[in-house]
Design a protein around this ligand. Structure first.
Ligand code: HEM
Length: 356
């Protein structure tokens, strides 16, 4: 007879609920709040696991040679990324739980934790890497190369490096955007001819965008030319370097186009995908900020148990570790809805759900 499932067996609760072993209890100096400290970290790790599971799915769909933008594929991507956002919202709220522990309560067991630290969370690093944060763009990247005290085990270190060789969500998004057919000549044949060499849509768009800039903003046109057309005009080497993007010019143009025409039903899912990515960055930054404030309160200016400078390191990571900043920056280049050029019929037809 088939064995009936039993709640605690199915969830393997024995394993999970027997996995809390405070160091201070083992050493017979019980610190009450160490139990909370362990459980909060474990719950985070479970949610990191779920986030990785969702990201794995999303990346695998994007890896398909062709994804139909009107198929369930893109809808599932949107849905699962949205779930990641909701999990991150929850993780943000949980920082408040740590705040119920006072700095003195923490001191009772803090020294027993050295040299372990959240810095070594493999799953957190994999989430960052899968999203597209590369080793080279990390703040204080030498910290990540440590496999001695406070750093990673050799096994975890290799796993992070291996994941970095795989295509990240950022790279996959770039390829997906590059494949967008919006600007193919056939759709714009009947659109009026531009006065310059540009694509007719962008020629119009650039003129409208420029005419809407205030005197103080007029230099933005140089960044528009740089970010969307690799044309640096009078920008210095330093300005060009500072405005390097992780998305290609084609991808930047497609992403801006989606942002602009997001009210058209055919663009809505794509727009929501892009919006979820920006939201993931916001939620991650929100968590980094909350964690930083909590850490300052808990240990002040002391170094971390993982051997970093502590709050100084966390502050650097907060400002530097955002993955989808290029998509977020597109808002600088939007124009008012009522000034948007009308789209050619052929393009709408091509993108429409009703296409035969
Ligand atoms: C009393 C509570 C906590 C304190 C004092 C604290 C302190 C720190 C410090 C000082 C660092 C910098 C690395 C180091 O040198 O150790 C760090 C990093 C980190 N902690 Fe915490 N932490 C606390 C709670 C948590 C919790 C509940 C989580 C949940 C998983 C967490 C996850 C992390 C992560 C992921 C990092 C790496 C952040 C990054 O590289 O951007 N921490 N923590």
């Amino acid at each position: 007879m088939e064995k009936k499932l039993y709640y605690s067996n199915y969830l393997e609760l024995t394993k999970i609920l027997e996995a809390q072993h405070p160091e201070s209890f083992r050493l017979n100096q019980p610190a009450h709040d160490e139990m909370l400290f362990i459980i909060v970290h474990q719950v985070y790790e479970l949610w990191f696991k779920q986030i990785l599971f969702e990201l794995e799915f999303v990346c695998n769909v994007f890896k398909k040679e062709k994804i139909d933008d009107n198929s369930e594929d893109l809808n599932l991507i949107r849905h699962r990324l949205h779930r990641v956002v909701r999990i991150l919202e929850l993780l943000n709220q949980q920082v408040g739980l740590m705040d119920t522990m006072t700095p003195l309560d923490f001191l009772e067991f803090r020294n027993l934790l050295t040299p372990s630290s959240g810095f070594q969370s493999l799953q957190f690093r994999l989430v960052e890497t899968k999203l597209g944060l590369s080793m080279d763009t990390r703040y204080q990247k030498d910290y990540y190369k440590r496999t001695n005290e406070g750093g990673f085990t050799t096994e975890d270190f290799e796993k992070i490096n291996q994941t970095e060789t795989e295509q990240s969500l950022l790279q996959l998004i770039n390829s997906w955007l590059e494949r967008m057919p919006f600007f193919e000549h056939e759709f714009w044949r009947d659109y009026h001819k531009p006065a310059d060499e540009m694509h007719p849509f962008w020629s119009d768009y650039r003129r409208i965008y420029k005419s809407g800039l205030t005197e103080r903003e007029i230099a933005n046109i140089n960044y528009f030319d740089l970010l969307f057309f690799e044309n640096r005009n009078t920008l210095s080497d330093e300005q060009v370097e500072l405005n390097k993007t992780s998305l290609s010019r084609e991808a930047m143009r497609a992403a801006l186009f989606i942002m602009l025409y997001r009210d058209f039903p055919v663009f809505q899912t794509s727009y929501q995908v892009l919006d979820s990515l920006v939201e993931i960055d916001h939620q991650m930054a929100g968590w980094r900020h909350k964690h930083l404030v909590m850490v300052r309160r808990m240990i002040g200016m002391r170094t971390g148990t993982g051997g970093t400078s502590g709050s100084g390191y966390l502050e650097g990571a907060l400002t530097k570790h955002n993955v989808f900043r290029d998509i977020e920056s597109l808002s600088t280049f939007l124009i008012e809805r009522k000034k948007l050029p009308g789209l050619p019929e052929q393009l709408i037809k091509k993108l429409s759900y009703n296409v035969v």
